[in-house]
Design a protein around this ligand. Structure first.
Ligand code: GLN
Length: 248
């Protein structure tokens, strides 16, 4: 019995040492949990964690020769992880905004997306005016949440926050909330894949650019590698191949 424990300890030590040394030379990239086509677990396919962001980082890492690991923890958690130094960078369909530039350094834009309102299929809600007296669902820390908050008083609706997009959609589908705000390509992808929501005509608002980000003033070499790699995969066609793979 004693011998067994000794062996177990040696094993655990070896494992944890391996874990320490490998995480030391690997960048930790924080990301969202379910934000297709940018990052998602392909439960209907091969079960892998994939998407535009995931493939872009992989292609850039190969191009630039660095090791990385994804930490799929949710949007606001990913931003917080970078700020606290628990992750080296974030890619999560993250919009480049002036406010975020105060605490993050961003890469060049790699995608552009609008924000849209979405409602439960068949609900008949087609304007902001119809949200009066109702509750609207948003995802914490997002542009969509900021946008909804900016028009909430004007249209007389209140707001409830969710940590992730699937839970937010479910709340709208269940009829607890009248609408949600989400990035257009993500909402469109989910609707195409059977989410019971729809986008009323003309309900998209101001677009934003997505960028890869590191904590302001930190991890400059990772940001530089991302920039270089992004330029290279745009030039050699790999970037377009990834976009086509997930949007066609
Ligand atoms: N583009 C939006 C933002 O940056 C939403 C990102 C997300 O939900 N992953 O706020």
């Amino acid at each position: 019995m004693k011998k067994f424990f000794a062996m177990l300890c040696a094993g655990v030590m070896a494992l944890s040492m391996a874990a320490c040394s490998s995480s030391g030379d690997k960048y930790i990239i924080a990301t969202d949990t379910a934000f297709p086509p940018f990052e998602f677990t392909d439960v209907d396919g091969d079960g892998q964690f994939k998407g535009i962001d995931v493939d872009i980082v992989d292609a850039i890492a190969q191009d630039q020769g660095f090791e990385y690991e994804f930490d799929s923890i949710g949007f606001d958690a990913a931003l917080a992880a970078v700020q606290s130094g628990q992750a080296d960078g974030v890619i999560a369909g993250m919009s480049i905004t002036d406010e975020r530039k105060e605490t993050f350094d961003f890469s060049d834009p790699y995608y552009t997306a609008d924000v849209t309102m979405a409602v439960a299929k068949g609900s008949g809600i087609s304007s902001y005016e119809e949200l009066a007296g109702k509750t609207v669902a948003v995802k914490t820390g997002t542009n969509g949440a900021d946008y909804a908050k900016s028009i909430a008083d004007q249209y007389g609706f209140s707001i409830v926050e969710f940590k992730d997009s699937p839970t937010m959609y479910q709340d709208v589908i269940a009829g607890n909330t009248a609408a949600c705000f989400e990035d257009y390509p993500v909402m469109a992808y989910n609707i195409k894949n059977g989410a019971g929501l729809e986008i009323p005509e003309g309900m998209t608002a101001a677009g934003s650019d997505y960028g890869f980000a590191v904590k302001k003033g930190e991890n400059a070499e990772l940001l530089e590698a991302f920039q270089q790699g992004l330029a290279n995969i745009k030039a050699n066609g790999k970037y377009q191949e990834i976009i086509d793979k997930y949007t066609k």
